[in-house]
Design a protein around this ligand. Structure first.
Ligand SMILES: Nc1ncnc2c1ncn2[C@@H]1O[C@H](COP(=O)(O)OP(=O)(O)OP(=O)(O)O)[C@@H](O)[C@H]1O
Length: 373
């Protein structure tokens, strides 16, 4: 009913193009893994290697410790649910869900009982005798999920299964998908380019870029402690401040930035190997700025001028230009009570524990908007 997955040094080339480049990943039995990344980063290629629709050019795929190298897709303990989960239009929902069991020669009474059980789980038992055209998009998607689970795969592979749904339904289905996964305990590997979806459903998110894994972690780890500039910018909004490591001491990491010198705790390093003299980027989420001094440890980033601001109820969202580097735009969430008027000057401070020191320089000085739709 559930299985661990081991991907070791998997590479997939198409001619001289490398779609997947030396990817390794361990997935625990019963985990909900989300492969997240922009179009063309290799998510579907990786899923296809797991399902057996593609063979790796190099590397090994194991499911529950068994090498899948010579195992055909139909013989693998996996089922793939594609975005265009075509249900059979002439069949009832019951027969759609029972179809895989029929192919496996399971008797009618047993497969119908199992189909009804699964339809009940997805909230559609009362509609078992309906045909797919009588359903909404979300309901059809639930039938497709029940159908995929009917054959009891150890690993369910989902390729943008919610991509065809409108935003509201998609959010609702994300909650349902997560609840169902926890109930059945099957290992889910789910592909999406929607970072909110990844945050909502994943036990762990795998951030991919140009055929490589950039970052792996729980949603809060990826958001709060990203490992790379790409990962930080793909997951929500972030400000990048370029700098250089001046010195690493027992007392902290001394950094020169375009906004002045700062000292940060060692825990701020995304990679402990970052060393003195190296180019780095400070990543700061908009909600981690403070408008002025207050309780607790903080570092000053100097004065900044308010360019514009909007009131969001819980906070102001302001665009600021630092006095020391006016070409940079910083996006900051300021308290409700802050005086956010264009032209006003405020002191920018941050809690040092919220800053991440990333290796390398990010090219844009402007904050990265969320990439996902
Ligand atoms: N059969 C193929 N032949 C040649 N190139 C391919 C083939 N399949 C995929 N690619 C290329 O490999 C890269 C990765 O494709 P893949 O479908 O894995 O991306 P993806 O991350 O799933 O993107 P999307 O979100 O758009 O589906 C792309 O540049 C794609 O054009």
């Amino acid at each position: 009913m559930t299985a661990s997955v081991s991907i070791r040094n998997a590479t997939k080339t198409f001619g001289d193009f490398t779609a997947l480049d030396d990817v390794s990943l361990e997935i625990a039995a019963g985990e909900f893994i989300v492969l997240l990344g922009p179009s063309g980063c290799g998510k579907t290629t990786l899923l296809s290697l797991l399902g057996g629709f593609l063979s790796p050019t190099r590397g090994v795929i194991e499911i529950n410790g068994r090498d899948m190298g010579s195992v055909a897709p139909s013989k693998r303990p996996t089922t793939t649910m594609f975005q265009d989960y075509a249900l059979f239009p002439h069949m009832t929902l019951r027969d759609n869900v029972a179809f895989g069991l029929k192919m496996r020669k399971v008797g009618k009474a047993e497969r119908h009982a199992r189909a009804e059980e699964l339809l009940e789980m997805v909230g559609l038992k009362a509609s078992a005798s309906k045909k797919p055209h009588e359903l909404s998009g979300g309901q059809r998607q639930r039938v497709a999920l029940a159908r995929a689970l009917a054959v009891e795969p150890d690993v369910l592979l989902l390729d943008e299964p919610l991509g065809a749904l409108d935003l509201k339904l998609r959010r609702q289905m994300q909650d349902e998908l997560k609840a169902i996964q926890k109930r059945v305990g099957t290992t889910f590997v789910h592909v999406t380019h929607d970072q909110e979806e990844a945050m909502a459903i994943a036990d762990r998110i795998v951030v991919m870029n140009s055929g490589k894994i950039e970052d792996v972690g729980r949603p809060e780890e990826i958001y709060m402690r990203p490992k790379t500039v790409f990962s930080a910018s793909f997951m929500g909004e972030v400000n990048f401040i370029p700098g250089t490591v001046d010195a690493k001491t027992d007392n902290g990491i001394h950094i020169n930035t375009v906004l002045g010198a700062v000292k940060l705790p060692e825990t701020a390093l995304a990679d402990p190997a970052i060393s003195a003299g190296q180019k780095i980027t400070l990543a700061i989420r908009p909600e981690h700025f403070r408008a002025s001094t207050g309780a607790g440890p903080r570092i000053m980033l100097g004065a900044a001028k308010v360019e514009d601001g909007s009131f969001f109820g819980t906070h102001h969202r302001a665009h600021l230009s630092p006095a020391d580097y006016p070409n940079m735009t910083i996006t900051a969430h300021m308290p409700q009570s802050a005086m956010i008027e264009p032209g006003a000057w405020i002191d920018l401070t941050i809690d040092p524990s919220s800053v991440v020191i990333l290796p390398g320089h990010a090219t844009p000085a402007r904050p990265q908007e969320t990439v996902a739709s």
